[in-house]
Ligand binder design. Structure first.
Ligand code: UTP
Ligand code: MG
Length: 419
């Protein structure tokens, strides 16, 4: 089919349907305006979804400027948004150019196969949504008023090797004996939170992270973002991630003891453990940010009291997770029974957050399975580990029973582009 030239050409099709490949084969690079390319220009790369708004703003400017000059313009986006299609069509009309829709008729299975073999696949649920929209768009295009609708069938399918599944990482421990947990603290999830979380969780899983941790705050903390940025309730969010079929350990870093009674944290974690086949952990700390407590009408007692509560909370959780339903009375915690079902699927590690040397590290030594130290200075880290070990010796706990985790912000790569 002969496509008029000059013209506005709008590509329509799911990810992996071959839009960019087709555009590259039929047009000069400068005639193609691609949202992916523009994300790479105004953002950190073609997959930088945070840069979408800016990228589309630039795209609209480029499209309008080119059409205004009567130049052929190929719009390489998903093309699945009817209002955007209409605006481009109207702009072509205004410029006196024919408006052409190019519909990729690639079979869904082929899109999925190509997507899976890409370096940066679109998360499966997002691709499924695109494929649904692409199916629905076919009958619409005929009535939208295009001068021409061109269906493109897959040109060379199935001559690539079958996609290799992402490597399953049985051993998530590095050659140095370290395991890395991805702590997610920012949630720039646009208008599809679950799709964003799904992408993050699968990427972390495939990259070999041992786990994924969420912050537990009621207002985004100033160290990370703005107060009006979304910061989801972590146990609900971890429940959603638990359903994604990853091998990640899931937990909080850290839950402030002030937010929920210890028994409720124990219940949430036991449920998560049951749902994930034993991949739950609990990071817990004394809490520090008064503002979020005030805003949510949650008491914020003095530090000494919060640390007492932290100690009691760990004891309470472990009592509830222990086998049986017998009464508990120890370490200042009195429970008439410890009936808690579902049972956790194996032990739930408790990671004590905070580097307070006198109390926090002592609580970690006495009751924790790990302590999470927040320092990137190696000498300081060694010193804090020494303090922790001294507490272990003091309370009669084997040193190796209390693992050390470090909250760090590693930068990985050989140069800027690689990073
Ligand atoms: P494209 O990168 O062209 O897809 O092809 P797309 O529609 O533009 O995807 P998004 O929306 O930007 O994500 C995807 C893969 O399929 C191969 C390409 O080489 C690429 O790896 N392909 C494309 C084929 O094997 N055959 C074709 O006919 C077209
Ligand atoms: Mg493309």
């Amino acid at each position: 089919m002969q496509i008029p030239d000059p013209a506005l050409v709008v590509l329509v099709g799911a990810s992996g349907s071959g839009k960019s490949t087709w555009a590259g084969a039929h047009y000069r690079a400068k005639e193609v305006v691609s949202s992916d390319e523009l994300r790479g220009i105004v953002g950190s790369g073609p997959h930088d979804l945070d840069a979408s708004t800016d990228a589309f703003a630039v795209l609209e400017t480029v499209v309008a400027a080119r059409l205004g000059r009567g130049l052929t313009t190929v719009v390489d986006t998903l093309g699945l948004d009817p209002s955007k299609r209409q605006a481009w069509r109207d702009a072509a009309r205004a410029a006196g150019l024919p408006a052409v829709a190019v519909l990729m008729a690639t079979p869904d299975a082929e899109c999925r196969r190509r997507n899976a073999s890409r370096d940066r696949p679109v998360p499966a649920p997002a691709l499924a949504g695109q494929l649904r929209s692409a199916r629905d768009v076919r009958p619409l295009l005929d009535d939208e008023g295009w001068d021409l609708v061109v269906p493109v069938t897959a040109e060379h399918v199935a001559d690539e090797p079958a996609p290799t599944a992402h490597p399953t990482i049985d051993d998530r421990t590095s050659s140095l004996g370290l395991r890395a947990v991805l702590q997610v603290s920012r949630f720039p999830w646009g208008d599809d939170p679950l799709a964003w979380l799904t992408g993050i969780a699968h990427a972390a899983d495939e990259a070999g992270f041992a786990g994924l941790a969420l912050m537990d705050h009621l207002i985004q903390v100033p160290q990370v973002g703005r107060a009006w940025d979304p910061i989801p309730e972590p146990w609900v969010t971890l429940g959603a991630i638990a359903g994604l079929g990853t091998g990640l350990e899931l937990g909080t870093l850290c839950t402030p003891v002030t937010f929920r009674p210890a028994g409720i944290i124990a219940k949430a974690a036991a449920t998560l453990s049951a749902l994930t086949g034993g991949r739950a952990f609990v990071g817990i700390g004394a809490g520090w940010w008064e503002r979020e407590h005030a805003a949510y009408d949650i008491p914020f007692p003095p530090a000494r009291e919060r640390l007492d509560d932290l100690e009691r909370a760990i004891v309470t959780m472990k009592a509830l997770w222990a086998s049986g339903t017998k009464a508990y009375d120890d370490h200042g915690v009195v429970l008439p029974e410890t009936t808690s079902y579902p049972r956790p699927d194996g032990p739930i590690p408790v990671v004590v957050g905070g580097s307070g040397e006198r109390r926090t590290l002592r609580i970690a030594a006495a009751h924790g399975d790990a302590c999470n130290l927040r320092t990137t200075d190696e000498a300081e880290l060694a010193r804090l580990i020494g303090v922790l070990r001294a507490h272990c010796d003091d309370v009669g706990r084997p040193r190796e029973d209390v693992a050390v985790t470090v909250l760090d912000l590693p930068v990985v790569g050989s140069d800027r582009d690689d990073v």
